[in-house]
Each structure stands twice: as structure tokens, then as C-alpha cells.
Design a protein around this ligand. Sequence first.
Ligand code: MN
Length: 501
Amino acid sequence: MRLIKKLQVKQITINDVIDKIREYQPDVDIELLELAYDFAKEAHKGQKRASGEPYIIHPLHTAYNLAKIKLDMPTIIAGLLHDVPEDTDRTLEDVEKNFGKEVAQLVYGVTKLGTLKYRGLERYAENLRKMFIAMTKDIRVIFVKFADRLHNLETLQFLPPEKQKRIALESLEIYAAIANRLGMNEIKHQLEDAAFQTLSPEEYEWVMSSRKEPERILLKNLEKIKKKILKELHDHDIETIVVVGRQKMIYSLYKKLLRKDRDINQIYDIIALRIIVPSIADCYKTMGVLHNMWRPMPGRIKDYISVPKPNGYQSLHTTIFTDYGQIVEVQIRTQEMHEQAEFGIAAHWHYKESGAIKLPQEQLKWINEIVDIQKKVNTNEEYLREIKLDIFSDRIYVFTPQGDVIDLPEGATPVDFAYHVHTYLGNHCAGAKINDKMAQLDSELKSGDIVEIIVDKKRKGPSADWFDFVKTRSARDHMKTALKKNSRGLFNLDLSNLRKK
Ligand code: MN
């Protein structure tokens, strides 16, 4: 490895974990947490990390990462204990006896995933499947896994290069993708940046050096821009909670650069201004005030408040030409939207009072879908490809003519859309209109498109050509079923070469 990351300067202690928890739960009882720390320390006694440090450093960092996203006590305790049953002579029963059923079940969920040691594709696919099943039972299992993985990524340099690459790739392709689907942006970005640095050190360095100059110029005027905005909002009776410049994370900047011919001058959110205001009405009012002050860039005003992203993200975005000769992207949101944007589904634990937490079931449906995929595919290779394609590709959202939002993978076509809405619509799809214009059935849909399917009631079923361009598994499955039916009846189609697709 050309790039050797510096060892973390600060070593986390149990007191750091406690302080972090008290930031959001001032009156919390820490007795059980301290007991868990002693228990884990004793259990891992004599064990060392690859770095040579005492093993307890790792569960401590894991617990600290969980406290950073403001999780509840049982999850943080599970973070401290997550490697105990697998790596020490203390058993899961010991954990349950000392810390109760809830903690034990979380630890069990994490342990069941194994340490994801890479023993070929079979084992890997099996582990992933277990992980998704564990997530359907208690989503907090994946939070512990994220926290665990983050610390492992921070200490990767002590492992052999091959293993470094494998862990980094898996973090990027699987864990960051799951974090994204759960709306956990903070975690997603941290996983991505750590993995990216290991996977492509040269590209990582290139991004870091490309952004230096534009960032320097931006920062020069950012304070003045902030002040001016604050004053203007104050004059309009908008009580601003925060105005802050937020640096774009490295990997997401990299992906954007690749889309823009590697031209840094085409990127307007290297540093974006983020404004947090009390209410939704204030968000729109703020945008109005800004557009009155400075001209907005056409085509870059986005209203993710009325149409949230598929992962729940809400904000108003606009890009303005400030009179300091600078183009700045501004993101406007309420405090609640902000928590949702940073922590995603984990934000539901932040205001936990007594009783159960209501999770957004819509958002969790996809986890069950992944579990279902396993039942439908024959090989592990196919399974991995499917979950990457159907679940982890970037999502777009499009609309039915009635205004319903349909969430699809990037690159999806009108045929995918049709099957997603209804099997009948897919099987009888004869044409499509995108934003009121006739379009080819293989056109690539974009976020915000309004899609109308033209139905031919006499149509006998899907066309085999559609296999060349459909993107979703559900469309392919429905097409195969329909074609099979037809081949027994009207058509004599050879299905054997369709299965390979
Ligand atoms: Mn671990």
C-alpha cells in the first residue's frame, strides 16, 4: 500500500463513550454499560488486534461509533459485547444472564453474521443472506455491524494487502449501499471514504488535490455570504437555527467528477451552504428570500420536501449566483429533516420515549425483498448479482400520471415501470409516454419523469426482446412467467436461452 494511514491520534476510553451518550441522554443510567465494559475487557484479556493494541480497543470504538449516531443503550452495550461469543470462551448464555435478552439477541444477530471471513463465494452469499434475515428481525443488528466495520476500516493498514482490498470492496459494495438504502448518510460517507482510500489511493489523492484550489477560493467569501444571508433572513423574520458550510465527502465528489468529465469547475457543491430553519413554511420562505437576493441557476432548484428521495431524504436545494462572483449550492431543511438526512432510520431512536418504536415499514420492505430473492435464484453468483442490481444500484423515482411515486433502480425503463405498477400493465404494454411525449420502451427513465403506459388489451404478452433492456428482477420474473404460459399455448418460444440473462 502506497498510502499508510496515520494511526488514530485519540484512543477511545469507556469515559468517552459515556460522555458521548450523555450528550443526547443526559440522565441515562450507565451502570449496565460499565458492567458490559468490564465483562468484555475480562473476556478479551490477553487478545491483541492486528495493530498490536489490546483487543478491547475495538469493541470500545464500536460502542463509540454507535453513540455518535445517538443509539439506545441496548445497542451500545451490544456493540461492546459483539465479539465476545465468537472470539472468547464466554458464551451467548453468559451474555444473556448478565445483560438480558434484548442485548443477547442483538449480539446473537451480529455473531450469526460471522466475521464475514472470505471463504469463497458460497460462504459469502450465505453470510449476506443471514445478515438480511437478522435485519428483518431487528434492524439494530446492522447498526452494530456498521460501527464494527467502520473501526475495522480505520485500522486496515495492519492487514495483508489482499485482505485490505477485500474488506474495502465489500464495505463499499454492500455496507455503504445498505446504509444508503436506510438513509444513513453519515455512516455511508464514512464507509465510502475509508474504502475508497484503500481501493484507489491514486484516485483518492487526485480528488484531494483537485478540490484544493476551488475550495480555497470558495472559503475566501463564504463567511461574507453567510453573514449576508443571516441578516436577510433575520429581516424577513425567519429565525435561522444554523447556517453552515458543508464540505462534500470525497467519494461522492469523485463519483460526481466522473460524471462531469473530471472537470472540477462543473461542480457547485464542493462546499454547500446548509441552512436549518424551524418549520417547513420557513424552508420555502428562505428559498424565496435567497432567490430575491441572488439569481438562481435554472434547472437546479430541487424540492425534495414535497417529493422526498426514495430513502426518505428531504430538503430544498438551489444553486445561486452570489454577488461575490461565486456560485453556491444551498440546502434548506428543518431540524427533523436534518436528523433524517444524517442518521436516516437510526433517527427513530433519538426521541425514543417509552414503548416500541414505529419504523417506516415502506422503507424496510426492500429487506424482505432481498430475503425473497434467495428463494428465487439457483446459484450464489446469481444471488450476489441480483442484490447488487435490484437493491443496491442507485435509485430513481418517477411518477404515475396520477402522481404516485414509483421507486426504481437507475437505468430502469418504461417496461420495468409497467411491471412494477401491475403485472397486467407490463404484459399489455404497447407503448409509453414520458412527460407527455411518446417514447421507446427501452428509454432510460430519469428521476421526476411522469410515465404513462399505453395498453393494448389484445396484446398476448411481453416481447422476448424486452429481456435485452429491462433492469429489474421483478419485470424479468413476470415476463418469464407470462412467456412460459404463452409457450404452452399460443407461441412456441424456446425459453432455454432466456434464463441466462
Ligand atoms: Mn468486531
